[in-house]
Design a protein around this ligand. Structure first.
Ligand SMILES: Nc1ncnc2c1ncn2[C@@H]1O[C@H](COP(=O)(O)OP(=O)(O)OP(=O)(O)O)[C@@H](O)[C@H]1O
Ligand SMILES: [Mg+2]
Length: 526
């Protein structure tokens, strides 16, 4: 199926105008397939690779059904993490800019009184994390009696985080004749249970090419002993000089230690995990989006759905337990038609686990050697030279010219420039770094064919041919190769600084601590 144009969907001019403003030229495959079905009001299960526009695939039909003058909550979107709720709310906001609908993100960690005040403005669309939504329902500050559309974004993750009961309680408040849509890049089998319970005769719309992960991501692994991972990371960052990188660590402690270690070594890095206050989380995300930090170190709190343009590299400092998690983590790069690189560090005892991930994702991950010192140094010098040239091009150097001329009279120009480069490269290799070692992940035995995309979900409508991924066209996208490149064309957007204050992190599930067989997950996303 070829991609449709947005004008093929018979959308209102004000919605079309917003789409044009966003720079979308044609619909992506998942949008081409799901928008017509969703506009008919049918229930829908939508699966497509990371970064292929699922948000607009449910967002566009949902807003098309709502009238500006309506004062009731008409649509409810649930997402597993706060950052994702905020981001989806921003995309909805952009899509409704001309139509003038009101939407509101509702998530834990934000002052509830402030949320209640915002609810008085009668938003028609609520985007929330399940725990905080339930809070509002119990306080009767949110009533869902008039909701017509429900979306579960990253439905499988919400299940995995143990939100089933919360979702059940929330959906009890929503009229049965609603339209329900469920979206994710991965659809493990237990999603069927959720679908059976909450969806009514859903259409399955999937855009699943042979491999589950997005095709524009160049994947590789490096075999490295646990104690050498940090060295490997710094060499990799030096060699590749990512525009923006996300480094995933397994635990919150790991993330804290790693972010600190990177800072000590002179990288512009910060950490994100569920134990930070909402203020801290917002600040880190804002800095990452606007490029004031280049490396985001995160737990799986950042694995799902986050769309930060300019992320050229993802590094799995620790391998994730689940193949789904691998797919989502690496999917933070290679989005919207751009290319990206995903590197995984694998300790010798984790090689089996890596093969398991390969089988499930149906993608062979090639091994690459640990970058050498020389490659790292060369990479760093290249970036420094680029920065220097940028300053040369900016031309604002008059106040330095006097001293430059003086120095050149006394010293050799190559000698001088080399010294400047050395100074700018700013080596902090000596800074002491201590990371607490993590246990290796044990290979899990699971039938590979039942996971994400390996099999069509039951009830799959065979008539819908599954297209290929990609298919993007967005006028302002110059695909940046990832190397050096100080040409940042990222849309800053920014999450806006939402004050937290009252930090009531719901931790609804008994979280696994390090004792379990499964490594501790950061379960305080919401
Ligand atoms: N038709 C389109 N043309 C160009 N860009 C698009 C189009 N639709 C969406 N995008 C952009 O693509 C990026 C990825 O979209 P989105 O976050 O919705 O992906 P996703 O499929 O939900 O990914 P994930 O599985 O990681 O959640 C966003 O920046 C979005 O604005
Ligand atoms: Mg998404």
């Amino acid at each position: 199926m070829t991609n449709l144009n947005f004008s093929d969907f018979n959308l209102e001019p004000l919605v079309l105008q917003a789409i044009t403003e966003l720079g979308f030229e044609e619909a992506t495959p998942i949008q081409s397939k799901s928008i017509p079905i969703a506009l008919e009001g049918k229930d829908l299960i939508g699966q497509a690779q990371t970064g292929t526009g699922k948000t607009a695939a449910f967002g566009i039909p949902l807003i098309s059904k709502i009238s500006k003058t309506d004062e009731k909550i008409r649509a409810l979107i649930m997402a597993p993490t706060r950052e994702l709720a905020i981001q989806v709310a921003e995309e909805i906001e952009k899509l409704t800019r001309f139509k003038g609908l009101r939407s509101l993100p509702i998530y834990g960690g934000q002052d509830i009184v402030r949320q209640i005040r915002a609810l008085k403005r009668k938003p028609q669309i609520i985007i929330g994390t399940p725990g905080r939504l339930l809070d509002h329902i119990n306080r009767k500050t949110i009533k869902l009696d008039d909701v017509q559309t429900v979306v579960l974004d990253e439905a499988d993750e919400m299940l995995d985080m143990g939100f089933m009961e919360d979702i059940q309680s929330i959906l009890k408040q929503v009229p049965d004749d609603r339209q329900t849509m469920l979206f994710s890049a991965t659809m493990p089998p237990n999603i069927q249970k959720l679908a059976q319970q909450f969806l009514n005769n859903p259409e399955h719309v999937s855009v699943i090419p042979k491999q589950v992960s997005a095709p524009l991501i160049d994947q590789a692994y490096i075999e490295v002993p646990e104690r050498q991972k940090f060295e490997a990371l710094s060499r990799l960052l030096d060699m590749e000089s990512p525009e923006l990188a996300i480094v995933f660590g397994r635990t919150k402690r790991r993330v804290d230690e790693l972010a600190e270690a990177l800072q000590k070594r002179g990288y512009s890095a910060d950490g994100l995990h569920g134990d930070l206050s909402q203020n801290q989380r917002d600040t880190v995300m804002r800095k990452f989006r606007d490029g004031s930090i280049d490396v985001l170190v995160a737990t799986d709190v950042a694995a799902r759905g986050l769309d930060v343009s300019g992320v050229t590299h993802v590094v799995n400092f620790d391998l994730p337990q689940d193949p789904e998690s691998y797919v989502h983590r690496i999917g933070r790069t290679g989005r919207a038609g751009k290319e990206g690189a995903a590197w995984s560090f694998v300790t010798p005892r984790e090689i089996d686990h890596l093969h398991f991930i390969e089988r499930v994702t149906r993608h062979r991950i090639p091994r690459k050697p640990l970058p050498t010192m020389a490659e790292a140094v060369e990479g760093k010098q290249r970036v420094t030279a680029e920065r220097l040239l940028e300053i040369v091009q900016s031309g604002e150097l008059n106040e330095y010219k006097g001293i430059a001329i003086q120095m050149l009279e006394q010293y050799d120009s190559v000698q001088l420039l080399s010294a400047a480069l050395k100074l700018l490269t700013g080596d902090k290799k000596d800074a002491q770094v201590d990371l607490t070692p993590e246990d290796p992940i044990r290979a899990k035995r699971r039938r590979p064919d039942v996971r994400s995309g390996g099999r069509k979900p039951s009830g799959y409508n065979g008539n819908r041919s599954s297209g290929s991924g990609g298919g993007y066209n967005r006028d302002r996208n110059s695909s940046s190769g990832g190397r050096g490149g100080y040409n940042r064309d990222r849309n800053s957007g920014g999450t806006g600084s939402r004050e937290g204050g009252y930090n009531r992190d719901r931790k609804p599930r008994p979280s696994n601590n390090n004792e379990g067989r499964r490594p501790a997950r950061d379960n305080s996303f919401e």
